[in-house]
Design a protein around this ligand. Structure first.
Ligand code: AMP
Length: 387
């Protein structure tokens, strides 16, 4: 269904909840289209605040600060989705909020999310909510081992989860993760992990970026290969799933859908995030309109251009002090497009920036070629997980 929408006028203020690198790159895209970004974040020197027109400082539960923010902006969006229900309701009472609070609530909770995914016809691995020690025993009996026990809320980059390989692992995992509400998922023996980012405008038009392949190191995204090195049917299925979900949930904005491709070629959804996503950073250089521009356009009521990819790309995250130490060499290496997020302290596991390298379409080097193509970064990768 499409209809006419009045776009935000130039100089309108797009409120972005969250001050991280996703907010930073969204704010930069907003500025290019003639909008001002106003950030809501716990402090005034966040990566996003550094490039935005204004910041309201406050904790994500601080209703008075959220009210001041909501009153100062024309529309509200997010780069961080864990704002609690009261905060979301308050913002929605003040200004249009895209994506809607309903979508945020679903994606904040793995049980609600899996329920939504299956209800919308998206395939997932088997899962069960776990509310007590006996239920964990019961869920393991039904789903079998190995399995992954996760907190239902606030988990990211492998935090708040434990792999159960044998019955002896249950006690340790339970002690570490309870009393938080938990979910047990069958362990998916995946061939690769892929993701698709879709954008849906206020007129209901949906566009999907190409499926990409994501490789993790210590549970943190390390490399994204665009396009995913999978057969075209898998790409099409993954895009169709993501587009279907965006429509089913009434999205306005972006939805990143992370999926497993299992050894039988089945595509199973792992999780979704209604915001820009680390696995979409390659779109800044390899697409006419990046994920961040799509985000801003959707939120501002502008039309969405096709999500066409004009080059192949490899994106490498720069995580922690070790990766950041390569910066001088990265700067001296032609062909590496570098992004620094302006974070002062390079703590271990912290995403400090990323590097993208473009290739002619169809020219993405496979396997070890990816590593070699990253030039100076290849050296660092020798100690990491195999590409
Ligand atoms: P998540 O926080 O759900 O994105 O999980 C982080 C990473 O853990 C994923 O990218 C996978 O590599 C791995 N993982 C999560 N859930 C499963 C699962 N059910 N089976 C196998 N691997 C998983």
């Amino acid at each position: 269904m499409t209809g006419s929408v009045n776009p935000l006028p130039f100089n309108a203020v797009i409120g972005i909840v969250g001050g991280g690198q996703l907010g930073r790159m969204s704010a930069m895209a907003a500025a290019r289209l003639g909008y001002r970004a106003h950030i809501f974040a716990p402090d005034a020197n966040t990566p996003a605040s550094q490039v935005a027109a204004a910041t309201t400082c406050g904790a994500f539960e601080d209703l008075a600060a959220l009210r001041a923010f909501g009153e100062a902006v024309d529309v509200v969006t997010f780069e961080f989705e864990n704002v609690d229900a009261a905060g979301l309701d308050l913002l929605a009472s003040l200004k249009p909020v895209h994506p809607s609070p309903l979508i945020l609530r679903i994606s904040q909770d793995r049980v609600a999310e899996k329920g939504f995914l299956n209800g919308a016809g998206a395939p997932t691995g088997a899962w069960m909510p776990v509310d007590g020690r006996d239920e964990l025993e019961h869920a393991v009996a039904l789903l079998g081992l190995p399995a992954v026990l996760k907190t239902t809320r606030m988990g990211y980059d492998g935090r708040g989860q434990a792999i159960l390989r044998s019955p002896g692992d249950l006690d340790t995992a339970w002690e570490r993760l309870s009393p938080k509400p938990l979910i047990l998922e069958s362990f998916v023996d995946f061939a690769c992990e892929i993701s698709v980012i879709v954008a849906r405008g206020q007129d209901g038009a949906v566009v999907a970026f190409d499926a990409v392949e994501n490789r993790h190191k210590h549970h943190i995204l390390d490399l994204t290969l665009a396009p995913a090195q999978v057969v075209p049917e898998i790409v099409e299925r993954a895009q169709a799933i993501a587009m279907e979900l965006a429509g089913a949930i009434g999205l306005v904005g972006l939805l990143a859908v992370e999926m497993f491709v299992d050894r039988d070629g089945r595509v199973l959804v792992n999780e979704m995030a209604p915001r820009p996503h680390n696995s979409g950073h390659w779109t800044i250089e390899a697409c006419a309109a990046s994920q961040f521009e799509m985000h801003v356009r959707a939120v501002a009521g502008l039309p969405l251009p096709p999500a066409t990819r004009h080059a192949d790309a490899v994106m490498k995250n720069l995580v922690g002090p070790d990766d950041l130490a390569l910066w001088p060499e990265i700067m001296a290496t032609p062909g590496l497009i570098a992004h620094h997020y302006g974070k002062r302290e390079a703590r271990a596991g912290r995403k400090m920036g990323h590097v993208t390298r473009l290739f002619p379409k169809g020219g993405l080097p496979g396997a070890f070629g990816v590593s070699a193509a990253l030039g100076v970064l290849a050296r660092e990768r020798q100690g990491g997980s195999a590409p």
